[in-house]
Design a binder for this molecule. Structure first.
Ligand SMILES: [Zn+2]
Length: 161
């Protein structure tokens, strides 16, 4: 543990980012009476309220609960189908929510087309944000689930191109 000193603006602390919905490093953006009230997420760049990191186990359980509820709803039959059926985009977004809710941000890899990735790897993409590798074909093309849907991106490309 580093020696204790008063926290100052710009210090990097671990918080729960309400935008990324993950425990991430953030820099202190506002302090009132020695309490950090606002931080800037280093992943999404948004200013968010300072929330302590969330216990990943607890989050996982909650996500599981949500999944179970979704499944239970489905098996209840047609009479319980919501009046306005979900669009595929909403369903994909929910899947993304659930996958990234249980993802460990320490395992997230910054996307680089030269790197190799495995199925279920969490990647951080400059344009698409955080995603989870859904599939990988023989050419190392990845099908990644991002917040706004699936994207096919290349990986393991030779460096000397
Ligand atoms: Zn964030």
């Amino acid at each position: 543990m580093p020696p204790k000193r008063p926290i100052t603006l710009g210090d990097i602390i671990e918080v729960y980012c309400s935008k990324c919905r993950l425990n991430l490093d953030a820099s202190v953006a506002a302090i009132i009476d020695g309490e950090v009230v606002k931080v800037m997420c280093r992943t999404c760049g948004n200013e968010v309220p300072n929330k302590p990191p969330v216990d990943p186990k607890l989050k996982k359980e909650k996500a599981m609960e949500r999944l179970m509820k979704m499944r239970a709803k489905k098996s209840e039959g047609p009479k319980y189908v919501a009046p306005s059926p979900e669009s595929p985009a909403v369903a994909v977004r929910k899947l993304w929510d659930d996958l990234t809710a249980t993802a460990d941000p320490r395992r997230a890899k910054v996307y680089d087309r030269h790197r190799t990735y495995a199925v279920n790897d969490v990647v951080l993409h400059k344009q698409f944000g955080m995603g989870v590798v859904h599939a990988k074909d023989q050419d190392d093309e990845l099908n990644v689930l991002f917040r706004d849907g699936f994207q096919r991106i290349e990986s393991n490309q030779p460096v000397d191109e």
